[in-house]
Structures are given as C-alpha cells and as structure tokens.
Design a protein around this ligand. Structure first.
Ligand code: NAD
Length: 492
C-alpha cells in the first residue's frame, strides 16, 4: 500500500497565530505562549495556536459569568433559539471551509466529514435551537392553600472539554444544549485539534451571540483543562475523553461540587450469531471498527463470532480491511486517513506487538504505511482470547479482535466482560435472541442488525469505565438545567 501526498498543507490555517476567544474578543494568551498544530497526514505544521493557562481560564470564566448573569440569561428564550438558528445558517454557508479545516486538522477523510461530522453537528445545533423556548417546569398541585410549581434554570458557567476524534461534532454535542438552556460556555478543545472550534467561535459572534457567552481557551489539558475543572466559579464540567482524565476531573470537581458528566472510552462487542446475514454483518463490522481509523469511543473493537461462522467472519473482515482505500484525507475517494498523532500511532503499534506476543493471529495490517504522516494499515487479529489485553483494553485505532463464542450465554459473558459499557451490536435473524441480548448486554446503546448509528434525539453515554450521564435528547436539557421548586402561599 502506498500513499499519495498532495494535502493542501496550511491552506485552512491562514498562517497567522490562532487566538483565544474571550468575552467576544480574539486575544493572545496572557503569557504570550503558542503551540503548533500538525497535519496528521504529513506531520507538517498547519497553524500556530495561542497556548492558554490558568490566567486565561480566569478571564474566560469571569466573562462567562458576566454573560450568564447579564444578557444571555435575561434574553427571551425564543431569541436565544434564533441566534442558534443563525449559527446553523452561517455554518451551512461555510460548509466547505469548515469541512476542510476539520479534515486537515484531525486527518479525517473529507468525505466522512461532509457525510457525517458536519451534518451531525448541524443537526445537533438545529435540534437544540428548537429546544431553547420549550424548556419548562410543571405545576405540581400539592395543597389547596399553595401554588406549587417547578422551573428549570440554567446551571450557569459550563466547562466543555472536548477530545480530538470528533472535535466539531462532540464540541457541538456540548455547546448547543448548554447554550439552548441559557448556560454560558468556556470550551477547551483538544490541543491536537483546536481549529474547527475557533472557526465556529467566529461564526457564533457573527450570528449575534453576546460577548462572553461562548469562550474558547486552547492549550494543554493538564493546564487549561485542569484550571477549568478546579475553578470555583465553574458550575458544570462536560467532558469527553479517556477514563484516566475522567477520574481526575471527578476529583477536581469535588472542590465546589460541580456537576459532572463523563463520556469516556469503550471496548464494544459486535456479536455475530451463526444465523446472521454475514455479508451485512461483516460489512458493518468493518466500518464499525475502521471508520475514523478506529478512533471512535463506540468502535466495535471486539467482533464476537459464533463457532460455525468464525472462520468466514475472519476471512471476510480480512478481505474488507485489505480493500480499504487509505490515503490523503483531502481526496474524496479516501476511506481511511491517518491516525491523529505520532504518539497515538506508536500506542497502536505497541498494541499490535502485545497482540502478537499474547498469541493472537494477525491476518492483515498493523503496519505503518510510508514514513510521512501517521498512516496505519487496518489490522485484524484472529484467535483472540477474551482475557488478552487486546480484548480488554481500548486501543483507539484500526485494530479489531475477533473472538470465538459457543452460544448465547457465552456471547453475553464475553460481551459484558470488560470494564467498559458504552455500546454493543448483535446480529441474528432470531428476534427473540436479539431482544434477549439487547436486554442483558451492559451498554448505553445497542444496535441490532446494524452498527454505529447515533442521533442527537437518542441518549448517548455509558457506565463503568465508559463514564456516566447521557448526552443528547432531553437528557442533555436535564444536564444543563437545575430544577427549582416554588411554593407560593395563597393565604396572604
Ligand atoms: P484525553 O482524555 O487525553 O483528552 C480529552 C480532553 O481532555 C482533551 O481536550 C484534553 O486536552 C483534556 N485533558 C487532558 N488532561 C486533562 C486534565 N488533567 N484535566 C482536564 N482536561 C484534560 O482523551 P483523548 O485522547 O482526547 O480522547 C480519546 C479518549 O476519549 C478515548 O478514551 C475515547 O474512547 C474517549 N472518547 C469517548 C467518547 C464518548 O462519547 N464516550 C467520544 C470520543 C472519545
């Protein structure tokens, strides 16, 4: 496999330093520091970004607090919704530019950004724009001498900490409901992928978002993220990332009892019974693990195949992995781009070594392709045992472990046998079996005879090492609002 390198290096960056967004202004970091962001397809610098620290976080949180107590909270809810709809329109007008930035910065195939990331971000924003004026409490009659009712109030200043695998989409999963509920936001993008958030910040101002409602502080997680998590004037942290950082966030949030929601990793099982449509199942299993180069929290990184069809599943997955078109993310025909960084590439290659040492059989892939950029050939491990590290630990790369199972009970035991529980898939023509599995599997989302779909109208999240709380739908409205009970004495 070889790769053509004709990426539009630097074209989306404009070459200037990318500044923080605080209180409606583009500003450099207080300390004047900057960092470089690279194109994962080439390893070349595409932009220089302001590197914030605790002093910048202080300014951003203060601006967010002022905007919360001032214009955003007191604005008519319908008007808040209109501003968000204007942002939808502006993002649509800049589709090609935003998609190019995301593709360049995150190494995502442009076709995937246009088909998936950007439409999902727009759908999320439009969905919550519609919610802005529909958030209400209830009248709860308790006794005759009182009017008793509830209202839902915004929680306040929200810290949104975003990972690099879906910067635009996951950023919007946090920003849109928070703003619709009347909260203000300080966003910290992942340091590897700051650029799309910064562009959305410009468009948000153009859409009429008052200064301070949406602030962006770029920089390292252990500095900027940590300062946000420990800040006494932040009311809520919404985080997507790794379990290790999630644990630290819980500890930091304890200081002022911040509300926290954590969307963490996964080691999701995609279970193929011997009566399944094998063509459909293996096609979906391949995209379930190789989409976004496997850097997906809900990736079907464990394919469980029943004994009778095990060899055929391995064969078909191997053929699909070999046929995937790896290459320049800017080329619309590319299906598989690079992984995000050299560090991530080395972690994934390390897991390939671990799998081989553990005695699993690598049927294809697992190698670096070329010496420029961070391209890996998609890997299929057969003869994987449930206890092996490649079956238990999140690799977050294009590596699938195919595990053999005997019967329904065995499949369920293996599927439920990791620390994670984010998502699962099950393939069978037996409706009873599919339903039994869907009930008993530990997962926040179960796909039956399909894999990988998400929609902002359905709750998203997990349990155990996959975190807690749910994003999307009405769950997100509950996340960003606080119910208040009002008891009004009528005997006055
Ligand atoms: P990460 O935890 O290293 O980083 C996530 C974010 O947290 C980044 O913005 C980072 O800068 C910040 N951060 C790092 N250290 C911090 C600290 N000490 N305090 C506060 N913030 C800090 O994870 P990642 O490498 O960006 O993303 C990969 C992980 O995210 C994987 O484990 C993956 O499964 C998970 N993920 C989960 C979901 C989901 O919906 N459940 C979605 C995408 C990714």
């Amino acid at each position: 496999m070889s790769i053509a390198h004709d990426c539009p290096s630097g074209s989306a960056s404009g070459g200037r330093e990318k500044l923080l967004l605080i209180d409606g202004q583009r500003v450099p970091a207080v300390a004047g520091r900057v960092f470089k962001t690279l194109n994962p397809a080439t390893g070349e610098v595409i932009a220089t970004v302001a590197e914030g620290d605790a002093a910048d976080v202080d300014r951003a949180v203060a601006a967010a607090r002022r905007a919360f107590e001032g214009p955003w909270r007191t604005m008519r809810a319908a008007e808040r919704g209109q501003i968000l709809y204007r942002l939808v329109d502006l993002m649509k007008q800049h589709t090609d530019e935003i998609a190019a930035i995301e593709s360049l910065d995150a190494g995502k195939p442009i076709s995937a950004v246009l088909r998936q990331d950007l439409p999902a971000a727009l759908d999320t924003l439009a969905y919550y724009a519609g919610w802005a004026d529909k958030i209400h409490g209830d009248v709860v009659p308790v006794r005759d001498d009182a009017l008793t009712y509830t209202v839902r109030e915004p929680v306040g200043v929200v810290a949104a900490i975003v990972p690099w695998n879906f910067p635009l989409m996951i950023g919007m999963w946090k920003l849109a409901p928070a703003l619709a509920c009347g909260c203000t936001v300080v966003m910290k993008p992942a340091e590897l992928t700051s650029l799309s958030a910064l562009r959305i910040g410009d468009l948000a101002l153009e859409a009429g978002l008052p200064p301070g409602v949406f602030n962006i502080v770029t920089g390292p997680g252990r500095v900027v993220g940590d300062a946000l998590v420990n800040h006494p004037d932040v009311d809520k942290v919404t985080f997507t990332g790794s379990p290790g950082v999630g644990r630290g966030i819980l500890r930091g949030a304890a200081g002022n009892f911040k509300r926290v929601s954590l969307e963490l990793g996964g080691k999701s099982a995609n279970v193929i019974f011997d009566d399944a449509d094998l063509d459909a199942a293996t096609k979906a299993a391949a995209s379930g693990i190789f989409f976004n180069s496997g850097q997906v929290c809900s990736a079907g990184s464990r394919v469980l195949a029943q004994e009778k069809v095990y060899d055929e599943v391995v064969e078909r997955l191997t053929a699909r992995a070999r046929s995937m078109r790896l290459g320049d993310p800017a080329d619309r025909a590319t299906a598989l781009g690079p992984v995000i960084s050299e560090k991530q590439m080395n972690t994934i290659l390390g897991y390939v070594d671990i799998g081989l040492k553990e005695g699993a059989r690598l049927t294809t892939g697992g190698e670096r392709i070329g010496d420029r950029g961070y391209f890996l050939s998609p890997a299929v491990f057969a003869d994987v045992k449930h206890e092996m590290r490649i079956s238990q630990e999140e690799i977050f790369g294009p590596v699938v472990s195919v595990i053999r199972f005997k019967d329904e009970a065995d499949a369920l035991r293996i599927a439920n046998g990791t620390a994670y529980s984010l998502a699962a898939g099950v393939w069978s023509r037996d409706i009873g079996r599919v339903q039994r599995f869907a009930r008993r599997v530990k997962a926040g989302t179960v796909w039956t005879n399909t894999y990988g779909y998400t929609d902002v109208r359905l709750p998203w999240g997990g349990a155990g090492d996959s975190g807690f709380g749910r994003e999307h739908g009405t769950e997100a409205i509950a996340n960003f609002t606080e119910p208040k009970a009002v008891w009004m004495n009528l005997n006055v």
